[in-house]
Design a protein around this ligand. Sequence first.
Ligand SMILES: Nc1ncnc2c1ncn2[C@@H]1O[C@H](COP(=O)(O)OP(=O)(O)OP(=O)(O)O)[C@@H](O)[C@H]1O
Length: 267
Amino acid sequence: MPAGIRIDHLNHWFNRNDPPVLQDISVAVPPGQSLALVGESGCGKSTLLNMIAGMIRPTAGSIHIGQTRVLGPRPEWNIMFQHAALYPWLNVVDNVALGLEFAGIGKARRITAMDMLDRVGLRDKARSRPRDLSGGQQQRVALARSLVMSPSVLLLDEPFSALDTFTRTDLQDEVLGIVAEQGISLVQVTHDLDEAIIMGDRIGVMERSPGRIHALVDNRMTRPRRPGMPGFADMRDELLAAFGRARRSPSTPVTSTEAAPSMAVGL
Ligand SMILES: Nc1ncnc2c1ncn2[C@@H]1O[C@H](COP(=O)(O)OP(=O)(O)OP(=O)(O)O)[C@@H](O)[C@H]1O
């Protein structure tokens, strides 16, 4: 069911003697919308993603998905990592159906899992083992496994980074289509500015020590977004400038709401 993510004044320390890993993060992602997070290594992107998934509890502040405060993981808040982490002893359709099984959704699970495999173009691989699939196909299975749970939230921690350009573009399109169609809120961590522009309706540029959102850039391009389209290079320049500023000097953290106006750069 469409929900939306709201993060309010989130702070986090792993070690009280160090600067906060995350400081005063406030941002919202409405249903069907996407936020891409970029920033140099160690700025806290993955930590924030894991917090939205309920896997790490923030020291202070709150995260809500719909009306529910995030206090632990739930099947409908789904996270995908760089490696698909499929169970090698299960075939493809059983890997997809596994979440449904854990959630106690028994009988219909194979039909639903097959439908989802169809959606990601892998029906003919249903009986194959993960080791017999390419990296891109394995990520498609992982995507089907995520989507079969009818997630309200999809969190992507660079799941496409190891894939070739064509496979990555296909998967990006697939994910954005499903996100829009099902009203899912998407947050994607990436090191690739082009991917951030393609995937993010807004792009959060983070700085480190402490980890803060330095700039929230509204994506002026409508989907589908492709490198080479008018406006793409300008977006990239804008992000690069914000990225450079985020690396050089800490700034006042950006606070945003769902309806926040463009806070593109200029900070
Ligand atoms: N469990 C942990 N205990 C202590 N420190 C941690 C823990 N997890 C992450 N950190 C630290 O928190 C900071 C942020 O880490 P995080 O992995 O969120 O960064 P990131 O922006 O995703 O980095 P990268 O782009 O390299 O993946 C880093 O300094 C990291 O060493």
